[in-house]
Design a protein around this ligand. Structure first.
Ligand SMILES: Nc1nc2c(ncn2[C@@H]2O[C@H](COP(=O)(O)OP(=O)(O)OP(=O)(O)O)[C@@H](O)[C@H]2O)c(=O)[nH]1
Ligand SMILES: [Mg+2]
Ligand SMILES: [Zn+2]
Ligand SMILES: [Zn+2]
Length: 369
């Protein structure tokens, strides 16, 4: 039985329970009814209905492509200022026309629906790529429900008979406001959000780690950060509560933990470090490359952050992997201007590629050590 998770309110519905709306010709025009009441393609009043589906819980339109492909939700979380919005903003750009696009032949990314397109333009691509400005702090869900950013990714499979198109992977990103993670009032929203996620990306800001602040100095927009270990603790708690998973069992949702802003950390990674090498994910996910980075970042966190961090992750999650990346590639000049050389991301896409490989959308190769 297929279920659809609404990307706006995160409620799960059976396909047959999704609503449809009576069409122009029906005297009940505009009324809605569950899809299972459809008879020979007609509404309960015998007329042709509108083709799109609606969520019976929140009433919003669901995009056809989203319903048909069983869209995958990816939650992006992390404490305030950890780099979530910048990561999402640059990632979409890289998949559309940056390096990632060049390394995966035949891949395409389309933002789905007016709202996603407008939002991406306004909040992400215009400031970053046209105005050369860092992004604004994300508005808390208290003020505005987070709008999902929906896009479909298509990959081409090449075989003996040439290239074949395969079904798109529709992905939905929620760029949360960091302050909400620590905030009890936003609990309910956050729980459904995480529960609906098929993959979670947790971004870790090195600039919020005391030892690194001593080493590099401060750069953030704000001080008085929530402890990132606390964010992780909350994440585990929330997921357990919702899915009724006993405390002694580990969670199944794959978790990518990415250290952000590594452009600020050149001195803490030696010249041999995999984080000084270009990524080897070319047209596939290179498992050996992924493992190398994983071990490197794990060791880094033990040294520069807190050994308790890796222990907590290992106790709570069955499948997790560490990443190190930079979305901008360089420190912005100030709160209004990016570095003059522009945006040059480094290993930005790795967590996303890992999740796509887990979803079966791209191939994994063993790779060479
Ligand atoms: N040096 C460096 N700075 C970065 C990078 N990515 C983001 N930043 C900076 O980090 C700060 C926070 O970035 P955001 O993307 O707004 O962080 P956020 O997690 O969305 O923050 P909230 O919306 O408040 O939760 C901004 O000043 C960014 O310019 C990076 O790769 N390198
Ligand atoms: Mg943000
Ligand atoms: Zn009708
Ligand atoms: Zn809904």
């Amino acid at each position: 039985m297929t279920t659809t998770k609404c990307p706006y309110c995160w409620a799960s519905h059976r396909r047959a329970d999704l609503h449809m709306r009576c069409g122009e010709r029906c005297e009940h025009k505009g009324e809605t009814f569950p899809e299972r009441q459809l008879r020979n393609g007609r509404c309960p009043h015998g007329a042709l209905p509108q083709s799109r589906r609606l969520c019976p819980n929140c009433g919003r339109d669901l995009l056809r492509e989203y319903v048909d492909s069983g869209g995958r939700n990816i939650a992006v979380i992390g404490s305030a200022d950890s780099g979530k919005s910048t990561w999402v903003g640059v990632l979409v750009h890289e998949f559309q026309r940056g390096q990632v696009n060049a390394r995966f032949t035949g891949m395409s990314l389309d933002l789905l629906g007016e709202e996603s397109r407008n939002r991406y333009e306004r909040d992400f691509s215009t400031p970053l790529f046209e105005q050369g400005r860092p992004l604004q702090q994300t508005v808390s869900a208290r003020t505005r429900t987070p709008e999902p950013l929906m896009f479909s990714l298509r990959f081409q499979k090449s075989g003996l008979l040439g290239a074949t198109r395969i079904a798109p992977v529709v992905t939905v990103f929620y760029d949360t406001a960091g302050e909400d993670v620590a905030n009890a009032q936003q609990m309910d929203l956050l729980i459904s959000y995480l529960d609906a996620a098929e993959g979670i990306i947790l971004l870790l800001d090195p600039m919020q780690m005391p030892k690194i602040r001593e080493l590099v100095g401060t750069n953030g927009r704000r001080s008085g950060y929530t402890d990132q270990l606390h964010v992780l603790g909350r994440l585990g708690e929330l997921l357990r509560e919702r899915s009724h998973i006993p405390v002694d069992r580990r969670l199944r949702t794959p978790l990518a933990i990415a250290l952000t802003k590594v452009d600020l950390l050149p001195d803490t990674f030696g010249p041999e470090s995999p984080l000084r090498q270009p990524s080897r994910h070319l047209g596939h996910y290179d498992e050996a490359d992924g493992r190398d980075v994983h071990e490197e970042v794990r060791a880094w966190l033990n040294q520069w952050y807190d050994p308790a961090f890796d222990r907590s992750i290992a106790n709570a999650f069955e499948v997790y992997r560490y990443f190190g990346l930079s979305a901008l590639g360089a420190q912005p000049i100030d709160g209004n201007r990016l570095a003059p050389e522009g945006v040059h991301p480094y290993r930005l896409e790795d967590p996303m590629l890992w999740l796509l490989a887990r979803f079966g959308a791209i191939k994994t190769t063993k790779g060479k050590r």
